[in-house]
Each structure stands twice: as structure tokens, then as C-alpha cells.
Write a new protein. Structure first.
Length: 414
């Protein structure tokens, strides 16, 4: 076709399609979402209310589980020698109850008597102290102020006693609640220990084989760590009690036997801070007899604590507890904040169980060697050097014996 010199115009653009109108979701969908949200909120509130109602029961069962962990090694030992598990569990629990009753019956009258004696002897003690401070430091300790404070203290104690006497119903109710709590924990502990194999079979029957292995391994670790912790603490308590009894007898401090039992049990079974709480009562009794005896007793407690921390405890608890002291102290504080004194007591075995399970099921990796991660090798003890040299002479390094403990200080628990 010939070129006419004109260009064809582009075709006109098509008009834009009108925007689709905004459509809201259909009402049935909205009602379904609101209904699901209401169900979730209601279920959450119901679960919270249920958990709040049974919170104490769950704590009691948790305590009973740990108590059964602690008792099971002794029950197994008796069962292997022909005892029935129920009878062995009952005998052990009965012994624990009798020991607790004896401790309370010995300590409460002793504490009241010694506090009264201290209040009566406080002016004489302060008079002697004032003579020392006047001669050594040039100032006096006010005896009149002490007498006024003792008078106020006696008034406060008398008022507290009157309040208790006027509220006998409340005291009786609290006592009954405590007895019911202890009986409930004892009953759960009895059944979890006496019927331990049946309980484990019942739990594992609902799980596949792989998860059964995990549950049984965790249960075994719990029994091993809790039982070993209890019996190692009991051995340390016996040693501490014997040493305390000897020193108290030499000093002529009255009530040496109950004070030694108090010192041994409280210092070992109340973690981290138990030693400082336990030594307060013997020091209180000793200071009534004479400040010099109290000073000697304080020096003994300080020295014995160092011997226990660096000599006795690492060797006795090296196979049971491998917790750093700072971690142990943090666990005790957390346990006390959650469930009080019982939580403080159970914190260390619980942390040891978690640590053991973590080392078993959690993979660990090598650490880069830098100035921030370099750790000085521990000093090898003379005894371990002799054993290693003997093994080398007998034909090679070999494996370390299973019963050889770690001698590194500070790893033996608190």
C-alpha cells in the first residue's frame, strides 16, 4: 500500500473496570470466630480455677514423689532381704515420724528455756561487755537501754501469748490442717514407694516403647540422685553431730546431745544457709554460760565448715551432686520462693535430676578456646597421682575406677 503521509491514531484506551465493592465476611464466619474465642477464654479460666483449687494437692503429690525417690533405695535393700515392700515402707516412714517427734519435743522446750535464761543473764553479760569496750575502745554500752528493750520484748511476747490464747480455735484449725497435710503426704509417699513397680507399669502402659525408655530412665535418675543426696547428707549430719557433741561436752555446755542432733540435721538438710541457722542455737546456749565459750564454739564451727566444704563433702557427695555453689544457692532461693522451706529442701535434688537428664538427652558441643573460655586445669591430688602412676605401672592408663571421686573442691553440693 502506498504511503499517504499520515499516521494512524492509536486505538482508544478501554475504560478502567470499576473497583469491587468492599464485602464484609459472612456473619456465620464471624460468629464461629467469636464462639471459638469464647470457648478458649472459658476453658482457660476453668483450667486456672481448677489448678488454683488443686494447687496444694499437686504440691503434696510432688513432695511425695521426691520422698518416694528418697525412700526407694532403702525399701529395695530391705525387699532384697525378704521384706515385703509395704512393711519395709511402713517401718521406714514410722522411724522418720518418730525422729521428727523426738526432735520437736527436744528442741522447743530447750529453745524456750534458753531464751528465758538469756534474757535473765543479758544484763550481766552486757556489764562484762561494757567493761571490755570501756577499756579497749573508750565507750560504754548502755545497760538501761537494754533493760528497756527487754521489758518491751517481754511485753510483746506476753501480748503474743494472749493473742494465741484468745484465738484457740484458729490455732487448733491450723494445727489440724498441718496434721492433715502431713498425713496426706505420708499416704501418697507410702503408696508411691510400696507400689513403685506397679505405678511405673501403669504409667508406661499408656506410652509407646521409646517414650517408656525415657520415662523409666528419668525415674531411675530421680531415685539415684534423690536417694544418694539424702544418704550422703545423713552421713555428713552424723559426722557434724558427733564433732559438735564432743566440743560441747569439752566446753561443758548443757544439753550437748540435743544441740548436737539439731546442729547435724539442720546444717545438712537445710541447704546453703542451714549451717548458719543451726549454729545460732548452740551459740545462744553457750553465750548464757559464758562469752568465751561462745567464741570458742564459733571458731570451731567456722573451722569445721571449711573442713566439711573442702575435705569431707567433695569425697562423700562427689558421685551424687555436681552443682556449682552459685547455682545451688539460686535453686534454694527459687525453691523457697515457690513452696517455702520444703521447696528449699527439694531444690538441690530437683536441680541435680534436671542436670543429669540434660546431660543425657541434650547434645553438647566443643567450646572455642579463647581467653574468655580458657580454664586452668585442676590441681591433681597426691592420692590421685599415686593411683594414676600405679595404673601406668600395671600396664597402661586404663579406665578410671568407678568409685574414684572427683577431688575438685566446690563440686560436692551445698
Amino acid at each position: 500500500m502506498a504511503d499517504t503521509g499520515t499516521t494512524s491514531s492509536p486505538p482508544p484506551a478501554e475504560p478502567a473496570a470499576p473497583a469491587a465493592p468492599l464485602r464484609l465476611p459472612p456473619w456465620p464466619w464471624i460468629w464461629r470466630v467469636l464462639g471459638a474465642a469464647a470457648v478458649v477464654v472459658f476453658a482457660s479460666l476453668a483450667f486456672y480455677a481448677f489448678f488454683k483449687a488443686v494447687r496444694n494437692l499437686l504440691i503434696w503429690v510432688f513432695i511425695s514423689l521426691f520422698a518416694s525417690f528418697a525412700l526407694e533405695p532403702a525399701v529395695d535393700w530391705l525387699a532384697k532381704r525378704g521384706w515385703k515392700r509395704g512393711l519395709a515402707t511402713g517401718v521406714i516412714l514410722f522411724g522418720v515420724v518418730i525422729l521428727g517427734i523426738v526432735m520437736v519435743s527436744l528442741m522447743i522446750p530447750l529453745l524456750v528455756q534458753q531464751v528465758q535464761a538469756l534474757v535473765k543473764a543479758a544484763p550481766d553479760i552486757l556489764e562484762k561487755l561494757s567493761g571490755y569496750t570501756r577499756r579497749w575502745f573508750g565507750f560504754d554500752v548502755s545497760i538501761d537501754a537494754l533493760k528497756q528493750q527487754l521489758t518491751d520484748a517481754n511485753s510483746a511476747v506476753a501480748g503474743f501469748a494472749n493473742d494465741i490464747a484468745g484465738n484457740l480455735f484458729g490455732v487448733a484449725s491450723a494445727l489440724i490442717a498441718t496434721v492433715f497435710k502431713l498425713l496426706t503426704i505420708g499416704l501418697f509417699t507410702f503408696y508411691l514407694t510400696a507400689d513403685g513397680p506397679k505405678v511405673r507399669r501403669a504409667v508406661c502402659s499408656y506410652l509407646p516403647p521409646k517414650q517408656q525408655e525415657t520415662v523409666l530412665k528419668s525415674w531411675e535418675v530421680g531415685i539415684e540422685k534423690t536417694g544418694a543426696y539424702l544418704y550422703s547428707r545423713l552421713l555428713l549430719a552424723i559426722m557434724s553431730g558427733i564433732a559438735t557433741f564432743i566440743v560441747l561436752s569439752v566446753l561443758g555446755v548443757p544439753f550437748a546431745a540435743p544441740l548436737a542432733v539439731w546442729m547435724g540435721l539442720v546444717s545438712q538438710f537445710l541447704p546453703t544457709i542451714g549451717t548458719y541457722i543451726a549454729m545460732a542455737l548452740p551459740l545462744l546456749v553457750a553465750v548464757v554460760q559464758g562469752p568465751v565459750d561462745a567464741l570458742i564454739l564459733l571458731v570451731f564451727f567456722t573451722l569445721y565448715q571449711q573442713v566439711e566444704n573442702y575435705v569431707l563433702s567433695p569425697r562423700i557427695t562427689a558421685r551424687t551432686m555436681q552443682l556449682h555453689p552459685a547455682l545451688a544457692f539460686g535453686c534454694v532461693i527459687a525453691g523457697a520462693g515457690i513452696t517455702g522451706i520444703v521447696g528449699a529442701f527439694l531444690a538441690l535434688p530437683f536441680a541435680a535430676i534436671v542436670q543429669a537428664l540434660g546431660s543425657t538427652y541434650i547434645q553438647r558441643h566443643g567450646v572455642a578456646e579463647t581467653e574468655l573460655t580458657r580454664v586452668a586445669p585442676p590441681t591433681e591430688s597426691k592420692e590421685r597421682r599415686e593411683r594414676r602412676r600405679q595404673r601406668d605401672q600395671d600396664g597402661g592408663p586404663g579406665d578410671r575406677p568407678r568409685d574414684e571421686p572427683d577431688d575438685a573442691p566446690g563440686t560436692g553440693g551445698s
